[in-house]
Design a protein around this ligand. Sequence first.
Ligand SMILES: C[S@@+](CC[C@H](N)C(=O)[O-])C[C@H]1O[C@@H](n2cnc3c(N)ncnc32)[C@H](O)[C@@H]1O
Length: 296
Amino acid sequence: MVETAENKAPALEWIDDDMPFSPEFGDHFYCREDGRAECGHVFLAGNGLPERWKAGGAFVIGELGFGTGLNFCETWRAFSASLRGEKTPPQPLPTRGRGLDVALCPSQTAAEYAERTEGERRLKDVKEETDATAKPLPLVGRGWGGESRALHFISFELHPMDRADIGKALSRWPEIEAERQALVAAWPDDPRGVVRLQLAEDVTLTVVCGDAFTNLSESTETFDAWYLDGFAPSRNPAMWSGEILNVVHDHTRPGGTFATYAAAGFVRRNLIAAGFAVERRPGFAGKREMLCGRRS
Ligand SMILES: C[S@@+](CC[C@H](N)C(=O)[O-])C[C@H]1O[C@@H](n2cnc3c(N)ncnc32)[C@H](O)[C@@H]1O
């Protein structure tokens, strides 16, 4: 889908100066308590990360809704930390398949996640591309066992934010300051089409601008893990429809996983109908439930 001026988002509202709110959808971009810790609890732990990265190789994450880039920056931080072998909470070991099929991680709480140590960062070779053609991913990071690893994070976003708004929103978290600076430095003035940023030797970000259903339907990419983050189902049911979740399933590798804070009955039913084995977990910050699951 070609991005046009009509896709430009209505102006955001800001709460406490740095927390964006979408008047168009009537929803926050992440939970008000701590969006970074929520990402760790819901999206990383819900997909069995960082444990699955131990297997090595190229790992592709898909996201519905790039928003501020918080999930991307936090995932990048966790990926870099895992390459350095920083301590992670105990998690179930991979069970089968191509090394990416794992038992999902039930053991990582938000508090444990937030306590994880920070170390030096590797930020280099910031380069911007707007070429829709996927290039082979460099496999240069060295993991626990010395194996090569690379992360490709592909996000689908209807209304890409501008650089200033991304920078403002992410300034809330000193833990991801290096990732914020690198993202903001590389982010295009007028994001449209396919924005591809090689943010480190082993970390590539692609943001596909436009409607997620249309663009994912046309994509030939397949994904190891999904972050389903398209606002609350009651506020934006189109991002949770049977049609889009079928397409998500069809673009998931065997043994691939999804995670979401959403727990609405129709979302769960649509995920099951699409073909995922769906599990309920305790949600973040007092939310009773979240969902995660696997394609068999
Ligand atoms: C909850 S926010 C995502 C938060 C984000 N992951 C982050 O880390 O900040 C939901 C996002 O979904 C986007 N969105 C809503 N409808 C969409 C659609 N049909 N296609 C693609 N993106 C959509 C919104 O513009 C918004 O940025």
